[in-house]
Design a protein around this ligand. Structure first.
Ligand SMILES: Cc1ncc(COP(=O)(O)O)c(C=O)c1O
Length: 410
């Protein structure tokens, strides 16, 4: 190919720009890296050759290493093979997909359900399907990154309202009266803060302004409400939620995600949700694990585990208060197993996480852009299978770490 002479010298080598960006992240204590754990997900795992107590996952009910799930995975792989091998509308929607969709709809008290490859894919598909040009999306400022991604992909104007601020949301809804559709999208339980969205008030506003209400129940599914139905079920408003999204990779101890709604909306999503249409259907074994987890979570075993989890949350909350940290407020007696321990700077959060690791407690420092600047934190998550002694170990380490590092508490 003939080479055209460049009219201007190339400004920078692309590799050098990547190095610069990485250096800038390191300089601000914001560089991330993978850490390899071994052992099944559970209260005790191995990291760098020694045992650590795991407080950083989303395995809230402790089902990830349950023998019934492992057996379901093995049987499904034998019967259905390892992969769905195609997107759902081609040939990837197999019997296990249909069975789990129906089970999810029953679990969530909705007419129908649709499976997605992951929670990120679900939000990245649902929001553009429900809102586009001529519509407006209203998104809580602390929503998960996947909702923010869905908002961007939708090409609809996005109104970001102050966290859980219904007056701000209403003002913005009033100004969008001429939009074709209004879509309100919120986390039911906020993933980095552990607080609940005021779903009753949100449903009131959605009804008053003719808006669709989309609730992301990633962290509430299996954890809150009767039978583990979620935050909306806990607050008695599931019927008023237009689209209830949930994930299979947290309390349900598998992988994937789903949206539940009425049959007409699900039919619409089948036709327009691009991350559903153009992505390979979930492997049957993942669906079998999720199915077994729903059976456990929605029965007596689930009730027992939720009660135990709530007791551990109360114990952990009291311990944090004793140390001087301020846990999130409890709304309607709903104990959420996510505890942000806000320390402020990214460097301080990293130092505290290092101290915890030295004490044998595996916790993650959560820094911008995952959380707003100046609110870096440790995010401690509990699981029903933690022991009282493990909770005490974590609290002791937090106390000594806060003292050693002279951390101001919130
Ligand atoms: C609120 C929320 N929504 C969506 C997701 C994405 O789900 P997934 O991990 O299945 O992609 C997550 C978490 O990771 C989350 O916290």
């Amino acid at each position: 190919m003939a080479q055209t002479p460049l009219s201007q010298p190339i400004a920078a080598n692309w590799r050098e720009t990547i190095r610069e960006d990485l250096r800038a992240l390191s300089d601000r204590d914001l560089r991330r890296g993978l850490r390899t754990l071994s052992g099944a997900q559970g209260p005790v795992m191995r990291f760098e050759g020694r045992e650590v107590i795991q407080f950083a996952g989303n395995n809230y009910l402790g089902l990830a290493d349950h023998p019934l799930l492992a057996a379901a995975v093995g049987e499904a792989a034998e019967k259905w093979g390892a992969s769905a091998s195609a997107s759902p509308l081609i040939s990837g929607h197999m019997e296990p997909h249909e069975t789990l969709s129906r089970k999810l709809a029953r679990f969530k008290d909705k007419e129908a359900a649709l499976l997605f490859g992951s929670g990120f894919l679900a939000n990245a598909g649902l929001i553009p399907a429900l809102a586009g040009e001529g519509d407006v999306v209203f998104s809580d400022s602390l929503n998960h990154a996947s909702i923010a991604a869905g908002c961007r992909l939708s090409r609809a104007p996005v109104q970001v309202f102050a966290h859980n601020d219904m007056n701000d949301l209403e003002d913005r809804l009033k100004k969008a009266a001429s939009a074709r559709r209004r879509l309100i999208a919120v986390d039911g339980v906020f993933s980095m803060d552990g607080d609940l969205a005021p779903l009753g008030d949100l449903a009131d506003l959605a009804e008053r302004y003719g808006a669709i209400l989309l609730v992301d129940e990633a962290h509430a599914t299996g954890v809150l409400g009767p039978r583990g139905g979620g935050a909306a079920a806990r607050l008695g408003v599931q019927e008023r939620v237009s689209v209830s999204m949930g994930t299979l990779g947290k309390a349900l101890a598998s992988y994937g995600a789903f949206a539940c709604s009425d049959g007409e909306v699900i039919d619409y999503l089948v036709n327009v949700a691009r991350t559903f249409i153009y992505s390979t259907a979930l492997p049957p074994a993942a669906l079998a694990a999720a199915g077994a987890a729903i059976d456990l979570a929605s029965g007596e075993e689930g009730d027992r585990r939720r009660e135990r989890l709530a007791a551990l949350c109360r114990m952990f909350r009291a311990g944090l208060e004793r140390i001087g940290f301020e846990p999130p407020p409890v709304v309607s007696d709903a104990e959420v197993p996510i505890f942000p321990i806000i320390v402020g700077g990214a460097g301080e959060a990293l130092a505290l996480a290092d101290h915890m690791l030295t004490a044998g407690v595996f916790l993650l420092a959560i820094r911008p852009p995952t959380v707003p600047e100046g609110t870096s934190r440790l995010r401690a998550t509990l699981m029903a299978t933690h022991t009282d002694a493990q909770i005490d170990t974590a609290l002791d380490a937090l106390e000594s770490g806060a003292r050693k590092l002279g951390l101001g508490v919130r």
